[in-house]
Design a protein around this ligand. Structure first.
Ligand code: NAG
Ligand code: NAG
Ligand code: NAG
Ligand code: NAG
Length: 412
């Protein structure tokens, strides 16, 4: 009975996979039974996935996990990938195929309220996030971290946004030293709120991004947003914004001369594209909790079921190609007990009494350097672990799930 209840409720807190590129724009998919590399865009139509190292990999239990490319370091930083330990940042070294776990101090109680709430600044390696309704911007300085964990990185308070964050599912992306906030309540369509990283300052004015060519302004709606890195490893200049209503998708361009905002002569893109919006093909899977990653020319979507969709040659010379279309990859991530990636699978595991212990055990063993509990063979540890994973839910339902998990595990 408790197990049935557990499996019925768990999908609400399901963990989520993500996709990301290395600095050479090879694609990777994470958070399934295996993490895999999927190669360059030319191979995606007949992919040959290669399984990545599992040692120290994240447990992939977060439901708002973000996977950032630190392009200069050819590394990925996994943010919120361990629901029971939000203070740990898991670092994947693409070249070495190895994971390390970065310790942080002063971590806030939550990391954000969406899968696009945080941004990794390309130039400084600082993560910025806005936390909760009416809350503030925090930063995590990873400036001394490269492709492996090092020391303890410190969280600190930046300041309060110039706009209201009440009822706002933060939808942020980076372009040229500015963080754009899409879908802030009561903002004009086609405009975004702006944080200027260089001056640590929320610009009081919203910035308009007029649409070039045909197509409508992006709606004042939250969703998901990611940056497109550049092939020359500069700060990104373009962002993919996918509003949650999937009424369209948008390539939003922004560039400023970092020394003097009045100068446009060294713009890498046509001047007409600075602060502009171009219509972008709408992603295939209408999953509001899907994750996205882009190279300089292609974008990839992984939805909460593990299905992967891609669009190649979509952007050239900062311009959207009219002929590019999304395709479904023949390979999909298998979301299984090892990642606790699907609630149904976790519920079944807890009921059987062995799989939860196994899944938890591998996760603990994998990160044993930072965990005090390294054994998950006993049922009491499994119960504690299950409750811990679910413990981030603070609402009534979450409490019910946690109790159900404890009851289910105790009954075993
Ligand atoms: C683009 O937007 C930024 C941020 O609002 C602004 O500082 C800059 O002047 C704009 N540039 C142009 C050419 O409109
Ligand atoms: C910025 O560039 C403009 C246009 O070239 C110039 O008039 C202005 O003096 C420059 N400002 C600074 C502070 O260099
Ligand atoms: C890219 O666009 C710019 C501005 O329109 C243009 O000057 C340049 O020739 C284009 N580059 C290529 C490779 O098409
Ligand atoms: C993730 O879990 C938190 C805490 O249980 C919950 O408040 C939030 O709505 C969930 N987010 C998604 C996108 O499911």
């Amino acid at each position: 009975m408790a197990a049935l209840l557990l499996s019925a409720l768990l999908p609400l807190a399901a963990a989520v996979p993500c996709v990301q590129f290395d600095a050479s724009f090879n694609l990777y998919a994470f958070g399934g039974e295996n993490d895999v590399s999927l190669g360059a865009a030319s191979s995606w139509s007949s992919p040959s996935p290669t399984t990545l190292s599992t040692t120290n990999r994240p447990p992939w239990t977060g439901n708002q996990t973000q996977c950032f490319l630190s392009q200069s370091n050819n590394a990925m930083y996994v943010y919120g990938g361990d629901a029971s330990d939000l203070s740990s940042i898991y670092i994947y070294d693409f070249a070495a195929n190895s994971w390390t776990v970065q310790a942080t101090s002063g971590a806030p109680a939550t990391l954000g309220n969406s899968r696009s709430s945080a941004v990794l600044d390309h130039d400084t390696n600082v993560i910025y996030t806005i936390i909760g309704a009416g809350q503030s911007m925090y930063q995590l300085d990873l400036g001394s971290v490269t492709n492996t964990a090092s020391g303890t990185a410190a969280w600190s308070l930046v300041e309060s946004p110039s706009f209201t964050t009440t009822n706002y599912d933060v939808t942020a992306a980076l372009a040229a030293n500015h963080i754009m906030y899409f879908g802030v309540p009561d903002t004009a369509a086609g405009s975004a709120n702006v944080f200027v990283i260089h001056y640590a300052y929320f610009q009081p004015e919203v910035q308009a991004f007029p649409t070039t060519g045909s197509g409508s302004a992006f709606p004042d709606t939250v969703g998901q947003a990611v940056s497109l890195p550049t092939s020359e490893n500069s700060t990104p200049y373009q962002m993919l914004f996918v509003p949650e209503d999937f009424s369209g998708a948008y390539l939003v361009s922004h560039w400023t001369d970092l020394g003097n905002y009045s100068i446009t002569s060294d713009s890498p893109m046509d001047l007409s594209l600075i602060n502009s919006t171009q219509a972008f093909p709408t992603p295939s899977s209408k999953d509001t909790n899907a994750a996205y990653a882009c190279s300089d020319s292609a974008c990839v979507q992984v939805d909460s079921t593990g299905d992967i969709y891609y669009i190649t040659d979509a952007v050239s010379n900062y311009t959207v190609s009219s002929s590019a279309t999304w395709s479904k990859m023949s390979y999909a991530l298998t979301l299984s007990s090892s990642s606790s990636a699907t609630g149904a699978a976790s519920g079944t595991d807890a009921a059987s009494g062995t799989a939860t212990a196994t899944g938890s055990g591998s996760a603990k063993a994998g990160s044993s350097t930072t965990k005090s509990s390294t054994s998950a063979s006993g049922s009491s540890t499994a119960a504690a672990s299950a409750a811990g994973r679910l413990g981030i839910r603070t609402d009534i339902l979450g409490f019910t799930v946690g109790v159900a998990a404890l009851v289910a595990a105790t009954l075993l």
